[in-house]
Each structure stands twice: as structure tokens, then as C-alpha cells.
Design a protein around this ligand. Structure first.
Ligand code: ADE
Ligand code: ZN
Length: 315
């Protein structure tokens, strides 16, 4: 199984937040772990993003980024993940004074030893914050290219509604010119038209989330015909109230429609589980069968940007 939709900053566990705060001499606005955990009740995407960005304050040194990344890789490996495409949010660190090299090199150093240490092959994707101006993203992309950052592609995340794909046409053109893979969050909270525009205006190869495609029958037909990969995150969708309960999740309908879906954890430290936990709950609540789980796992490997040789090993 491959994990294709994972924000490394969303793997920062409460215990590590406290440990890094102590190591870096940072005063947290929470008295203890219980008080921090009591904030993990979200009403929508923005209510989560506020806490997610605030907690990043503890990430200061290369070692901090490497420790967070290693913790995730160890846990993902134990849960059966054999390939991961890790997103990181460079702008969220640069904007608070952490040098680009520090965050990129910290994450990349842990990824570099992952296959040997954990049996998990990795790729790194720089995700850009869609609530910031496109010029800000372009500047950071140029810096990443200039420093030869080991990135395989770019993504687009953060507050979706009101920040449509059309805002980032130049960014995606530049990434294509640079030979990078392109993905984008679309149709999580935003409308189905953001999925269409991500494909047509940004040239993306995969859609992160994409669940709101189900509101547009013509789009579902297109996504099925073109086998566009959709990296679905069931527990995330429940916790961010994109769906009411797991029992209401469109995953079964998406499978029935012939869509190329995979199951992913998004921000496992915040949403109550890693990718294996997502599968446990899908089996328990939605009656996901072993055959369906195998199909989802095969989709994740085929839809990855791993080499053909690695895909063949994993399939
Ligand atoms: N950043 C981290 N997780 C995200 C999500 N689920 N949607 C948009 N931006 C994010
Ligand atoms: Zn996401």
C-alpha cells in the first residue's frame, strides 16, 4: 500500500509538540497534553487549520523536522505503508522565520534513509498555501528550484473555498516547465468545479480529496473514464465535517462508479488515525471487503509517482 495524501506537519503528535517546545524553550498556550487534546474538536477545515498552523511554532531546527518525519515513517511502516509521497508546507515555516533550507533539509534527511530503515520508499512534494498570493508561492518555488531541493512535485492546500485553482495557473505552468509532478486539493470543501479546473487549468495528475465530484454526474463520468486518481481521506472528512459520519461517506459510491480512489490519512495526528486506522474503521462501519481493500491498495500504488520498477515490486 502507498500513502499519497499526507501532510508531514499533520503528523506532529501532541507528545512531540510538548517535547519540541521544551527542547526549543517555547512556551505553549496549553497547560498540559489534555488541554491540547481538548482543542482537537473541529467544526470545519479552517478550525483545524488554525490549530495546525499554531502548533508548527515548535518546529525550529532541522532536527525537529527530521524527528517528526522519522516518527511518521516508523508508524506508517508498522501500519503497512510501503511507499509514501509526503507533502510539506514550506510557506508555513518561512513566514515565521524558519529558513527554507532548515525545513526542507530536515524532512528530506529523514526521507533519505526511510527505505533502508523502514522499508518505505518516499517522495517529497512541496505544497503551496492557496490562501496566500500566487506570487508568494512562485517566489518559494523559485527558491526551491535554485537550491535543488529534492522535490518530486507540487501540491495546493489550505483554505479551499474562495481560493480557486484559477488563482495558480502561473505556478503550475512553472512547475510543469521544471519537470515537476502536479497535484492539488480540490472538492474537499470547495465545489466540484474546482476539481474540473484543477485538471483543465492546472494540469494536475491527481486530485487530493475530490469527494464533492459526486455532486456532478458528468464529472464523475469523466474522472472514471480518465481514471484520475482521487486521494480520499475518510477520517479527515468526518473530523472536518465534510461528511456527517463515516457511515455517510461517499467512498462506496465512488468505488461503485469506477473511480480510481485510494485511502489516506491526511493529518493523522489530528484526525484520529493513520491509514491502517482508516481501513479498520472502513471495514467496521462501511463493511469494506478484503477485495475492496486490495483494490484501494493497488490503486494507491498505480497512482503513485514511484518508478515503474518500484511499482512492480509493490503490486
Ligand atoms: N492542510 C493540511 N491538511 C489539509 C486539508 N485536509 N485540506 C487542506 N489543507 C490542508
Ligand atoms: Zn490534505
Amino acid at each position: 500500500m502507498a500513502e499519497l495524501h499526507l501532510h508531514i506537519e499533520g503528523t506532529l503528535q501532541p507528545e512531540l509538540i510538548f517535547a519540541l517546545a521544551e527542547r526549543n524553550g517555547i512556551e505553549l498556550p496549553y497547560a498540559d497534553l489534555d488541554e491540547l487534546r481538548s482543542r482537537y474538536e473541529f467544526t470545519d477545515l479552517q478550525s483545524f487549520l488554525d490549530l495546525y498552523y499554531a502548533n508548527m511554532a515548535v518546529l525550529r531546527t532541522e532536527q525537529d523536522f527530521a524527528d517528526m518525519t522519522r516518527d511518521y515513517l516508523a508508524r506508517a511502516s508498522a501500519g503497512g505503508v510501503r511507499h509514501v509521497e509526503v507533502m510539506m508546507d514550506p510557506q508555513a515555516h518561512v513566514s515565521r522565520g524558519v529558513p527554507l533550507e532548515t525545513c526542507v533539509n530536515g524532512v528530506a534527511s529523514a526521507l533519505a534513509t526511510s527505505e533502508e530503515e523502514f522499508g518505505v520508499s518516499t517522495l517529497l512534494i512541496a505544497a503551496f498555501l492557496r490562501d496566500l498570493p500566487e506570487d508568494d508561492a512562485l517566489e518559494v518555488l523559485e527558491q526551491l528550484l535554485a537550491m535543488n531541493a529534492p522535490i518530486a512535485g507540487i501540491g495546493l492546500d489550505s483554505a479551499e473555498v474562495g481560493n480557486p485553482p484559477s488563482k495558480f495557473v502561473r505556478l503550475y505552468q512553472r512547475a510543469a516547465e521544471a519537470g515537476l509532478h502536479r497535484i492539488a486539493h480540490a472538492g474537499e470543501e470547495g465545489p466540484a468545479s474546482y476539481i474540473t479546473d484543477s485538471l483543465d487549468l492546472l494540469g494536475v495528475e491527481r486530485i487530493d480529496h475530490g469527494i464533492r465530484c459526486m455532486e456532478d454526474a458528468a464529472l464523475v463520468e469523466r474522472l472514471a473514464n480518465e481514471q484520475v486518481p482521487l486521494t480520499v481521506c475518510p477520517l479527515s472528512n468526518v473530523r472536518l465535517r465534510a461528511v456527517d459520519t463515516l457511515a455517510d461517506h461517499p467512498l462506496p459510491a465512488m468505488l461503485s462508479a469506477g473511480l480510481n480512489v485510494s485511502v489516506n490519512s491526511d493529518d493523522p495526528a489530528y484526525f484520529g488515525g493513520y491509514v491502517d486506522d482508516n481501513f479498520v474503521q472502513l471495514r467496521a462501519v462501511l463493511g469494506l471487503t478484503a477485495a475492496e481493500q486490495s483494490r484501494l491498495a493497488a490503486n494507491s500504488i498505480r497512482s503513485s509517482f514511484a518508478s515503474d520498477a518500484r511499482k512492480a515490486e509493490l503490486l
